[in-house]
Design a protein around this ligand. Structure first.
Ligand SMILES: Nc1ncnc2c1ncn2[C@@H]1O[C@H](COP(=O)(O)OP(=O)(O)O)[C@@H](O)[C@H]1O
Ligand SMILES: [Mg+2]
Length: 384
């Protein structure tokens, strides 16, 4: 008798088809190329003399879980210092983790063979924020784009030359431009060079750390459209950090809002923008979106500055920033609350002091202020 396998469960906290355990906020879809689970990065800070004295921990990333799905973009947003870049660096192997796992196509990367690790490393490439400092000024564009092919493949010079030509064409550059140096290009063109280089090894995932924020507003849409086209063409997955919320809404299928190293709201991008639920998300939106006569949104001020991530509270990290009263005896003042799914693929940290609904009930007058980095910008989407 043949048994019919049930389809891989979606949108559950059960294990995915690879057997990777779910976590709150994770779709756990069968298309997950990478699953990050309970990742932490704590930096030890302050002075301890010969190991004595109190240790202080700066919890840059504290129990973050998400999936990166084939052909999709997941965005990380939040104020400066909330742990976005550290999350990317953990994925790229540029920081050693304090705890947690990364699964590559279902396999814990700690258990990969040497060949498996090499495949994992070439499958994830990065495009950086600053196209001025991220390209070697002494190398011609052809060499910059060819370098990963020379290091990681056995391709002949001829094959590399032809591949570089294809990559330049694909990213909207002319072949003669391969003989030029980075300083001979505009910011947008340099970002195209960075993207061509990132594509060279046919990665499955590209991390984008604020890929357009250093560019002129007028050319941001071009680069974003290029990224979207490349995604569709190659089924690429992106993990994108952006502080511009219009960029996030345009590019990201799913979004995670981070505060003090912790994801506070996460899920389908449109659900979050349509129904922002956490007070912090609402504060980001009210600070960032240009006011439109049709949109009624109260401006929200969160008291104080971004709180230091050194020795954050054991419970809800948002409790030191909320304008609502916090009952220190409440369970969530002592124990970190998990994300709750409030509608399909929309997850929020719900505590008596963390949601817009709770604020509305108290009648507290909220008005605006989050970090200056969350700029309001005139980019209005890009279309296709
Ligand atoms: N190497 C490091 N040593 C100590 N603290 C660090 C280090 N790297 C980052 N941090 C701290 O970790 C927190 C998160 O930083 P980062 O991930 O760069 O934030 P974001 O990209 O969201 O602005 C910040 O408080 C930052 O100062
Ligand atoms: Mg950063």
């Amino acid at each position: 008798m043949t048994t019919i396998e049930a389809p891989a469960p979606e949108n559950t906290q059960g294990a995915n088809k690879f057997g990777v355990a779910g976590a709150p906020g994770c779709l756990n879809s069968a298309d997950a190329i990478i699953s990050v689970r309970h990742r932490r990065k704590w930096f030890q800070v302050g002075n301890t003399i010969l190991g004595f004295g109190q240790k202080h921990w700066l919890k840059a990333v504290d129990d973050v879980s998400f999936d990166i799905e084939r052909g999709k973009t997941i965005g990380l947003v939040g104020e400066s210092g909330c742990g976005k870049t550290t999350t990317l660096k953990l994925l790229l192997g540029l920081e050693t983790p304090t705890a947690g796992e990364i699964y590559f196509e279902g396999q814990d990367v700690k258990t990969l063979t040497k060949a498996g690790r090499k495949e994992f490393r070439t499958s994830i490439q990065a495009v950086f924020q600053d196209p001025w400092s991220s390209l070697n000024p002494r190398m011609r564009v052809n060499s910059i784009v060819a370098e990963p092919l020379e290091i990681a493949t056995t391709m002949t010079k001829q094959q590399i030359r032809s591949r570089v030509g294809d990559l330049l064409a694909e990213t909207g550059l002319n072949s003669y431009q391969g003989n030029l140096y980075p300083h001979e290009f505009s910011g947008g063109q340099r970002q195209r060079i960075g993207i061509a280089r990132a594509l060279a090894l046919n990665p499955k995932v590209i991390t984008l750390d604020e890929p357009v924020s250093a560019l002129d507003v007028s050319i941001r849409a071009q680069i974003m459209n290029l990224l979207v086209d490349l995604q569709e063409e190659h089924g690429l997955a992106y993990l994108m950090v952006a502080h511009n919320l219009a960029t996030v809404r345009y590019m990201c299928h799913r979004t995670a809002v981070m505060y003090l190293g912790v994801v506070q709201e996460m899920g389908d991008t449109e659900s979050i923008f349509r129904n922002p639920t956490h007070l912090y998300t609402n504060a980001l939106l009210s600070a960032a979106l240009p006011s439109h006569p049709d949109i009624e949104r109260e401006e929200i001020i969160l008291p104080g500055e971004v709180v230091s991530p050194v020795d954050p509270p054991p419970g809800d990290v948002f409790m030191t920033r909320t304008p609502l009263p916090v009952d220190p005896a409440h369970e969530y003042a002592k124990v970190r609350p998990a994300l709750t799914e409030i509608e399909p693929d929309h997850w929020v940290t719900v505590t008596p002091w963390s949601t817009l609904e709770a604020a509305n009930k108290t009648g507290i007058n909220l008005s605006l202020s989050v970090d200056e980095e969350i700029e309001s910008d005139s980019f209005q989407g890009g279309g296709n």
